[in-house]
Write a protein that binds this ligand. Sequence first.
Ligand code: FAD
Length: 296
Amino acid sequence: MKLTEIFEQNKLSLSFEVFPPKSNTSFESVKHATEEIAKLRPSFMSVTYGAGGGTSRYTLDIAKNIKEQYSVPTLAHLTCISSTRETVKEKISQMIECGIENVMALRGDLTPELQASSRDTWTYKHAVDLIHDIKESGAEFCIGGACYPEIHPESANQRDDIRYLKEKVDAGCSFLTTQMFFDNNLLYNFLYKIREADITVPVIPGIMPITNANQVERAIKLSGSFMPQRFKSLVDKFGHSPEAMKQAGIAYATDQIIDLFANGIKNVHVYSMNKPDVAAKIQDNLSEILKPEGFI
Ligand code: FAD
């Protein structure tokens, strides 16, 4: 099923993200965790693509398994920055063979090696180059792209960031998923700006439940996200207790999602990070809201 079919439905939806194992030895445990999340029957599941692409085969194996065993629509991520045209071509063929219908087309983060090399030597410089190649391959994927309510860390300003985002959409993105954010007002402001820039595709907010104090620093470093005082207080107060922090982090994420739904957002994506218990708890917290009659 193409994800656009889900986004076009007039109902609320919740989706979850999983990531592939970093090595062969953890494949079974990751597969088990992703299956537990699939059993929750989210509207779809996305499977990330290991930076550098070294374990990329697992992305497809997991996406295929979720789709075939649990009939949950899947979104397979694909990055291009470390790839050649041949490897991208091969990945597209493998996706078609696996029956993947939805692809998240990403550039990927710049590794220190890439940063030290000349940009002229890179085959792919931006996600838009990958989107063009996917389109040119003739494969009829539903393509998604990433967007950044707080601008991409490499961007000089939001105007340019949104201009390049429009290029990605015009190249063939049917929807966008946001980077994590912890203050919904940032998302609402961003939506105003991109709609003004004539970006009209569905935007799926990505919510990261922070369930342990160590995650906070990593999340900020990775995304550059602004941490509201309300969230900082919660980490200060409960960060020392793993169980209390988990409960508080799930409650904060739930609260963000309820506010998004209340303000007209229909589809929310949860960065569930291979944690079935966290995904299940959030879904359970929203059980009445997600019922068709909870949304009129
Ligand atoms: P781009 O769209 O290429 O943007 C990167 C930067 O280049 C931005 O500053 C943009 O403004 C600028 N830019 C874009 N086009 C142009 C242009 N034509 N000319 C000049 N500048 C331009 N990483 C992984 O390794 N695996 C994953 O599975 C993964 N999943 C992700 C999912 C989501 C929802 C998000 C938000 C991020 C994900 N990432 C993933 C991280 C992502 O790879 C990084 O954020 C990366 O740094 C940028 O990727 P992008 O596709 O947004 O790049």
